[in-house]
Design a protein around this ligand. Structure first.
Ligand SMILES: [Zn+2]
Length: 287
């Protein structure tokens, strides 16, 4: 593919389009393909379905935690109410005991009537309190998954609500474990995929550095200037569409390229990126 290169400058191939000598074409083409692969892998890394799945599960987990905190707050209030109701109940039972003891000891009819009246009031109030306590405990049981019965056991008084809560709590905790395992699995998959892509990127980056070092200074300067301005150093021109700006080159430009020696690099008149034209024989090794 090497040949006598005429470095004559005329209007058909401007002075700023460098000439490829010796193995420059292969080096440049390989660099173009290596850098294209790097861009593809970086884009893939930014839009991995595995990452989207991890984000979805993390959001679901955060929502579950927010709900749990809300539920715990409500449950905390119910525990407070229950403690108050149970204390009232204990006081009334004591009053009932005193009334019954009084009725055994007292003979005065007026005093006995007062005691009987007080006993009736205490019994009625105790019945109301039992209903109140049962209602609060039923409500507590519906929040079961957020509770561990910790409040009850702290009081050394594991009540029925605690039992009910534990029953629901098991199901809730199993759900948490499943969600946690799913998130851990999704994170593992994401790590595996990103790890493999990063490994490839490291190799390709080292290869890109070596290829750049092998390019003539003039070509490298042009390549890196295009890369800075366009995000792409050079593209292969296959057909008549620039793969950097995606614009189809007009026939006048294509005719000018056809009249330009194949060893001379050309650039896209639209975006300025270096164009490496296809040659019929040889070429760079595949990436
Ligand atoms: Zn272009």
């Amino acid at each position: 593919m090497t040949g006598k290169v005429t470095d004559t400058v005329n209007s058909d191939h401007p002075a700023h389009d460098p000439v490829l000598r010796g193995g420059d074409r292969d080096t440049l083409l390989t660099l173009v393909r290596v850098d294209e692969r790097i861009r593809l892998l970086k884009a893939r890394l930014d839009a991995l379905p595995e990452t989207a799945e991890v984000e979805r599960l993390e959001e679901a987990e955060a929502a579950r935690r927010r709900r749990e905190i809300g539920t715990r707050r409500i449950a905390h209030d119910i525990y407070g109410t229950l403690r108050r109701l149970k204390a009232d109940s204990a006081r009334l039972r004591e009053r009932r005991r005193d009334d019954i003891a009084g009725l055994r000891a007292v003979t005065d009819p007026v005093r006995r009537r007062d005691l009987r009246h007080d006993l009736e009031v205490a019994e009625r109030r105790l019945a109301e309190l039992r209903e109140d306590i049962a209602r609060e405990q039923r409500t507590l049981a519906t929040f079961g998954h957020a509770l561990d019965g910790a409040e009850d056991s702290r009081e050394g008084n594991p009540g029925h609500a605690g039992d009910g809560a534990t029953g629901h709590g098991d199901a809730g905790r199993h759900g948490d474990t499943d969600a946690g395992a799913e998130l851990a699995r999704a994170r593992g998959e994401e790590r595996a995929v990103t790890g493999e892509i990063r490994r490839q990127l490291t190799e390709l980056a080292a290869r890109s550095v070596r290829l750049r070092a092998a390019l003539p200074h003039e070509i490298l300067v042009r390549y890196e200037r295009c890369e800075r301005d366009q995000g792409i150093g050079a593209v292969e021109l296959d057909g008549s569409t620039c793969r950097c700006c995606c614009i189809q080159l007009d026939t006048a430009t294509m005719r000018r390229f056809a009249g330009t020696p194949p060893d001379r690099l050309v650039s896209c008149p639209e975006c300025g990126v270096l164009l490496v034209r296809a040659v019929s024989s040889g070429g760079a090794d595949h990436v």
